[in-house]
Design a protein around this ligand. Structure first.
Ligand SMILES: [Zn+2]
Ligand SMILES: [Zn+2]
Length: 335
């Protein structure tokens, strides 16, 4: 089969590789569309180390080819988080934290290929009428849903989302679905602010000196947001989140921070009695729930997709990501 093989950092190309064999609890999925994301870019650049050669791709949608209980031809999405099912964490319902597990597309070969192999319980059926070009976004959406389950948004809570990329715009929509008010989006990009408002944000602001005043104005007596979701992954933005959250509020550092040192107003964490809620990947139950949200139109994925690129032109998609162009790029395996 054809696969986009990463043989070293920044070296990727189409190669003929052996087609994986289903069986032993694993199903073979014929991949039709795969989302490409920041994690793929970091692996490509060498920032996230992998064993080479590696086929990336963890946002894969397609049809069942063989294996498992689903009929061949069933449209499906692959949950890339695999786990052992037999350790303390798995028995404790935290399969996403399984120390023996990993990510398809990082630790084993993923979906930027004609076929991908996945544990049968990681293969979730999609409704027959679901748009398969939108469906890869269900994977990042599950991570946002998992995070918001942990952050426990109550109706009427003021939620600020800093950074309005794919996950930021999903967080805005999910916070609205949880009944948050107001939901405030912050980004430098004017068109992303417009899009966030179209997708339900009550207010959007550009980052800058007056952003705290604006948040104080719209949050009234609370004196800040109940919850701030950091969706950028920069320490300075996390510091801003600490600044604009209310006393006794919560912060969700969703953008993945890879730095191990730097300046943060640590005293404020104590003085404001801020709860810091971390979330990693997603749990299996987030898949049917996310699919249902899309089906019922609670979350709009269509507007987040800015480009569809043939799989063979993946290098072009990586360059676009590197330059920060667009929002979500989908790779089309059938183009
Ligand atoms: Zn991703
Ligand atoms: Zn386990």
């Amino acid at each position: 089969m054809k696969a986009m093989v990463l043989s070293a950092p920044k070296t990727i190309g189409e190669e003929d590789v052996a087609q994986p064999v289903p069986g032993d609890g694993k199903a073979l999925v014929k991949v039709t569309k795969t989302g490409i994301c920041g994690t793929d870019l970091k692996i490509y650049q060498g920032g996230i180390p992998v064993a080479y050669p590696r086929v990336m791709g963890h946002e894969s949608v397609g049809t069942v080819a063989a294996g498992g209980e689903l009929e061949p031809g069933t449209p499906v999405i692959v949950d890339p988080a695999y786990y052992c099912g037999d350790c303390f964490h798995c028995h404790n319902g935290q399969t996403h934290l399984c120390p023996n597990g990993g990510l398809i597309g990082r630790d084993v070969d993923g979906g930027f290929a004609d076929y991908v192999l996945a544990p049968t319980h990681n293969v979730h059926p999609l409704p027959p009428d679901m748009n398969l070009t939108h469906a890869p976004l269900v994977q990042p959406m599950t991570t946002c849903l998992h995070a918001q389950r942990l952050a426990k948004i109550f109706p009427g809570e003021a939620v600020v989302v800093i950074g309005l990329g794919v996950t930021g715009l999903l967080h805005v929509q999910l916070a609205k679905a949880h009944g948050a008010y107001p939901v405030i989006g912050i980004t430098r990009s004017e068109w992303k602010r417009d899009l966030a408002e179209e997708l339900g944000a009550d207010y959007t602001f550009a980052p800058g000196d007056d952003v705290k005043d604006k948040i104080l104005e719209v949050t009234g007596d609370k004196g800040g947001a109940d919850l701030v979701i950091e969706s950028v992954g920069q320490l300075s933005v996390l510091a801003q989140a600490i600044d604009i959250v209310r006393l006794g509020g919560r912060i969700l550092p969703f953008g993945i921070l890879t730095v191990s040192e730097g300046a943060l107003p640590f005293y404020d964490l104590y003085f404001k009695e801020i709860q810091v809620v971390n979330a990693r990947v997603a749990k299996p139950e987030d898949y049917p729930a996310s699919i249902d949200f899309v089906e019922r139109g609670i979350v709009n994925l269509d507007k987040l997709i800015t480009d569809v690129v043939p799989l063979a032109e993946m290098k072009r998609a990586l360059d676009m990501l590197e330059q920060g162009k667009g929002i979500k790029i989908i790779l089309d395996h059938e183009a």
